[in-house]
Ligand binder design. Structure first.
Ligand code: N2P
Length: 371
């Protein structure tokens, strides 16, 4: 009897220490973390869970809705982030400022799935693709409440034009139902310059002044300079028109459809032309977990994962292998994956130098405050 107790005690002791070992093992797996700082409404959260489940790496996921905040945090240093996702011109500026480490694509096997044409375009900002891997790309255009706009402009009015927000006569008719403009000068100036027949990437102070004047003329009809809240404002039928990002507006369309609230939202790449931008993964030089960051980027570049995210957020993925797997409605929407005809109307922008940035910031503040 005594012997039996003794041996069961031994078993207990052994299994206890085995359990402790197991616990220690899983504790260190739990300690593995990656800090991701990405745009809001820009990922299917299921893919984050799938990543953690498979790798044991916990994701601390924070969001932002403009490039400036990312830039400020990275320039300040010690942001604590392992991955950020800036747009082209900001990526360009931050690479020059030395805040990123090289991406080392040899450690990211799924980089082989990237879209060569998109990676090529990214070279404008990241020569030789040394620092960044594209996540999503899209356009800045016009989202609208079809019924409300038709009611005010007539059934045959063209909807795919910057006139809706930049032609004072047209904008005046839409004032009462609400016009929102993206609070992002680097997104707005290129489109306005192009509308005025000027170089969309102009850094010429006179050109920028003309663009500012054009926006100031319609300032009385603008209800708000918005960040990301236009998605729900459009979806709920609270506003008529918003200048914003393609996928965000299409997310608003989906939300309205799902709510069956009778609101129809459409997205338009203006016939005059629109800005095409690229948001890319980059790893800060002082990232605390660079290895986990590469694991994350690799996982997000599995074709089925990239496709899941593109389908969920209604943006085009920088991953070519994902394209055939993306939901048909997203893949065949020229507002998301532009056809050749739409592509011809798209242009890109490059970073402002410090002096131009100061001018742009000053002009933007004046426009917003209406002074
Ligand atoms: C996601 C917006 C990302 C587009 N909501 C900005 N380039």
């Amino acid at each position: 009897m005594i012997r039996a107790i003794a041996s069961s005690l031994t078993v207990c002791a052994v299994s206890a220490s085995f359990a402790a070992l197991l616990l220690a093992g899983s504790a260190s797996a739990q300690d593995k973390t990656v800090h991701v700082y990405n745009w809001s409404d820009y990922i299917d959260a299921d893919t984050l869970d799938a990543f953690t489940k498979e790798t044991g790496i916990k994701v601390v996921y924070d969001t932002y809705d403009n490039n400036e905040i990312v830039e400020t945090k990275l320039l300040t240093g010690k942001s604590g982030y392992d991955i950020v996702v800036p747009s082209g011109p900001f990526l360009e500026r931050l690479i020059k400022a030395g805040v990123f480490q090289k991406m080392d694509q040899s450690k990211i096997p799924n980089a082989k799935n990237l879209w060569p044409e998109i990676s090529d375009r990214l070279k404008t900002f990241d020569p030789d693709n040394q620092y960044a891997i594209n996540y999503m790309w899209g356009t800045t255009g016009i989202g609208l409440n079809v019924a409300k706009v038709r009611e005010r402009l007539g059934p045959d009015a063209a909807l795919n034009t910057w006139d809706l927000v930049l032609n004072p006569e047209v904008a005046a008719k839409l004032k009462d139902c609400g016009i929102y403009i993206l609070d992002s000068p680097e997104d707005l100036f290129p489109g306005i310059l192009d509308y005025l027949g000027l170089n969309p990437d102009s850094k010429d102070q006179k050109d920028l002044q003309k663009a500012a004047d054009a926006l100031t003329k319609v300032r009385p009809y603008i209800q708000k300079f918005h960040s990301s809240e236009y998605i729900s404002a459009l979806a709920n039928g609270d506003i008529c028109v918003a200048v914003g990002y393609s996928g965000d507006i299409l997310q608003a369309a989906t939300r309205a459809e799902e709510a069956r609230n009778g609101v129809e939202i459409s997205y338009h790449v203006p016939r005059e032309g629109a800005l095409m931008w690229f948001d890319s993964f980059a790893i800060p030089a002082d990232a605390p977990h660079p290895e986990e960051a590469r694991a994350f980027i690799d996982f997000m570049n599995r074709p089925e994962i990239a496709a899941k995210n593109a389908s969920f957020v209604s943006y085009a993925s920088g991953n070519l292998a994902a394209k055939p797997l993306v939901d048909e409605a997203v893949r065949n929407n020229p507002g998301i994956y532009p056809d050749d005809e739409t592509m011809k109307r798209l242009f890109t922008n490059t970073a402002y130098d410090d002096r131009t940035q100061r001018i742009v910031t000053r002009l933007w503040t004046r426009i917003k405050t209406g002074r």
